[in-house]
Design a protein around this ligand. Structure first.
Ligand SMILES: NC(=O)c1ccc[n+]([C@@H]2O[C@H](COP(=O)([O-])OP(=O)(O)OC[C@H]3O[C@@H](n4cnc5c(N)ncnc54)[C@H](O)[C@@H]3O)[C@@H](O)[C@H]2O)c1
Length: 432
């Protein structure tokens, strides 16, 4: 059974490659000709650990192909995944345009029975719209399934190969069986495959992201109180995370969530609630706290320099919205660097993977440096924005010697504050 994956981005490329790696024949389709050309030339257009090797192997073994030709992909496959983007629309709702465009395209080109699987994150009711869009173009039989994706960038391969669970939304047991068989190689350690109705599957994805975003904003708010009352949020985090009802994950305070999912998905749930007469008061607050967290950090830097950054040079370590990805979508670094530039600072930045993407945001307004040490040469302070592993244990003597003043603003609480003080740094972190 061949599998077609439409949309070859962070999700589609990872899903397609992992399905191929489990022995399936997979064709990945994208309308971006440059992306497909690059993939066919052996270049992987995004940074995701382990992905390039996996793509190369499965291409070489003939199980993974790339094309811009939707008809070719659809016609040889029984399973067709929709994995295109669902960006935030102007009104905050998820923009389903690309999903429905693909659905119509599948309808136009299909040559027999297909199972159409929606993997994009979409509001409740979208599967029905996909069904109508396909139906408007074809008289062939088909089923529509919701199969939301829970992978996280930076660990996408691992998450896909060993998911905590697979969610399948369908009203037909025989269709569920086909999807279960496809995922069987990935759940060999008895992780659950949860079959449910379609609206519940669509809602599960949003509820998961909304809850994770809530944990982040909650801890950021607690961190702000810690700063005022003289508590250390690291101790507090450990104190609550060891409670089995709470758990240790997603309790790290920082610069707020970013990326291509949480910001738009939180907005989309708020809109879905509003559309159905439910005011999402908690998520409204989650989003407000997320926005103000970045400002809270910017204010710390500004205050240190007497609210005037003109003539100051700030070294920024980390640009991607999280480590182990080159994704800059809604990255805190953008808000923070824009604020520094606006206040007259010179910004020297380094990121292990995201500098090509970051150049598209900042052009030549930021000095991009090949190493984190090059970025701090002659700077007034180093500002840690993304917690890449290589920033966790720098040569502090060298850092102090390179900086004009020994000042660290640590947006990710990477260092021990007593050690930093002992080393002679003026060290500012979050919630400590
Ligand atoms: N990125 C993540 O970490 C993640 C995790 C889980 C779920 N999701 C969801 O998965 C979906 C895809 O996200 P992504 O990050 O992979 O997006 P992306 O922007 O990286 O990729 C989307 C791809 O779809 C292609 N595309 C758009 N319209 C097309 C069309 N008509 N025909 C063919 N290709 C088309 C684009 O060219 C692009 O390559 C979104 O709904 C997102 O919310 C993302």
């Amino acid at each position: 059974m061949e599998v077609c994956v439409v949309g070859t981005g962070y999700v589609g490329l990872v899903a397609g490659t992992c399905f191929a790696d489990s022995g399936r024949d997979v064709v990945c389709v994208d309308k971006d000709a440059a992306k497909i050309e690059a993939l066919n030339a052996g270049k992987v257009p995004i940074y995701e650990p382990g992905l390039a090797e996996l793509v190369a192997r499965n291409r070489a073994e003939g199980r993974l192909t790339f094309t811009t030709d939707l008809a070719a992909g659809v016609q040889k496959s029984k399973l067709v995944f929709i994995a295109v983007g669902t960006p935030q629309g102007d009104d905050g709702r998820a923009d389903k345009r690309f999903v429905l465009e693909v659905a119509r395209g599948i309808g136009r080109t299909m040559n027999g029975y297909k199972i159409i699987v929606d993997k994009s994150t979409v509001p409740v009711g979208t599967a029905e719209e996909v069904r109508a869009a396909v139906r408007s173009e074809t008289s062939h039989p088909f089923d529509v399934v919701s199969n939301p994706e829970f992978l996280k960038e930076g660990d996408a391969i691992q998450d896909f190969m060993k998911p905590d669970r697979v969610v399948i939304g369908t009203d037909k047991p025989e269709v569920a069986e086909v999807i279960k068989e496809l995922y069987a190689p990935f759940v060999r350690t008895d992780k659950p495959i949860l079959v449910m109705d379609i609206p519940s599957a669509e809602m599960t994805k949003y509820a998961a992201n909304a809850l994770l975003a809530t944990k982040i904003s909650f801890m950021n708010e607690i961190a702000r109180v810690c700063e005022r009352v003289g508590a250390d949020v690291t101790a507090v985090r450990k104190g609550i995370g060891s409670d089995s009802r709470i758990g240790p994950h997603f309790l790290f305070p920082g610069l707020g969530y970013g990326g291509s999912c949480f910001p738009k998905d939180v907005q989309a749930v708020i809109r879905t609630g509003a559309d159905h007469g439910v005011e999402m008061e908690i998520l409204d607050a989650v989003e407000r706290v997320n926005q103000s967290q970045r400002q809270h950090f910017i204010d710390k830097v500004m205050r240190h320099f007497g609210n005037d950054l003109s003539g100051r040079t700030l070294a920024v370590w980390g640009l991607s919205f999280k480590p182990r990805t080159d994704d800059m979508r809604m990255a805190p670094s953008v808000t923070i660097i824009e604020a520094f530039l606006q206040a007259g600072a010179i910004v020297r930045a380094h990121d292990p993977e995201a500098m090509p993407e970051a150049k598209r945001f900042f052009g030549d307004r930021v000095v991009f440096c090949d190493t984190n040490y090059a970025a701090i040469e002659g700077a007034d302070a180093v500002v840690i924005v993304t917690e890449w592993n290589e920033f966790r244990r720098p040569d502090f003597e060298r850092v102090r010697a390179s900086l004009k003043q020994p000042v660290i603003f640590d947006g990710r609480n990477l260092y021990n504050k007593d050690e930093m003080q002992a080393l002679g740094f003026s060290y500012h972190s979050i919630g400590r």
